[in-house]
Design a protein around this ligand. Sequence first.
Ligand code: TPP
Ligand code: MG
Length: 297
Amino acid sequence: MQNVQTLYSKACFIRAFEQEIADAADHGLVPGLLHLCTGAELVEAAICTELSGPADQVCGSHRSHGLALAMGADPVKVAAEILGREDGLSGGRGGTQHLLASENGFLTSNGIVGGQVPIAAGAALSAKLGARGGIAVVFFGDGAANQGAVLETMNLAVALHLPLLFVLENNGLGQSTAASFSSGNVDLLTRAEGFALPVMRMDGFDANCCLDGARASVAQMRSSGGPMFIEASTARLSGHYHGENAAYLTLSAPAIDPLAALASLLPEQPRSEIAAAAARRAKEAVAAAILIPELQP
Ligand SMILES: Cc1ncc(C[n+]2csc(CCOP(=O)(O)OP(=O)(O)O)c2C)c(N)n1
Ligand SMILES: [Mg+2]
């Protein structure tokens, strides 16, 4: 129960943070397109809980606010970066799609679909060859799974026995394109098997499955020193980017909210207390980032 509660607290904070950032965007404060991670929180928080930066390093996609937070990046600095402010993680130059907090173990996110995957192989190689130890973990989508560089990296990770955990977050959509339209074989886990990667399926709607799978896969990697591949089912609960007219979403069955499923496992207390605390912390962090220019012109 303790683990489930901790996961709920982390996932609630990420969800609340995204809601605050969405509000800031609605007030014209966020430059560029904003890709929210609502629906993927359980998988991301469960896996990142097993990691510890800076020895372990995580790379993510265009949808990475939650990963940076889950690795322990300062939420005010994450928000300031998304808002394009000087006090952000990378001086406000990267924005929402280029978050950098390597001291916390969040190496980078990347707006080029699949671009983070070979970068993560570099992090895994340096973990293997250097004194740092640790593992590298890369999160990418079902759309990215069709990129050539992703497939090459899977092959290389096996050939070089790299400590690289591939986490394919399968929400069934790349922008508005269904995975069944862009892939001949929609069982994306079988691709990894083709490269002889040890594989695991993770039900991203089941908190205990996420917690157990994260613990087992990271432990296996630390003892083997080699790569692994997780295919995790996730949801994308809103448009591809915040504010998109995502009428196409109504063509499929309504998505289940993994966070609501997790909430139903907890009693009313401490559930509502945890949710309220997460909402308060997220509000304070984003408000602080918005105020930075007034405090430090
Ligand atoms: C190389 C490249 N091609 C296309 C795009 C435009 N684009 C941005 S996100 C995206 C969909 C990615 O889908 P997926 O990998 O499943 O991630 P999700 O958005 O579902 O999390 C596309 C096609 C891009 N940024 N980079
Ligand atoms: Mg997708």
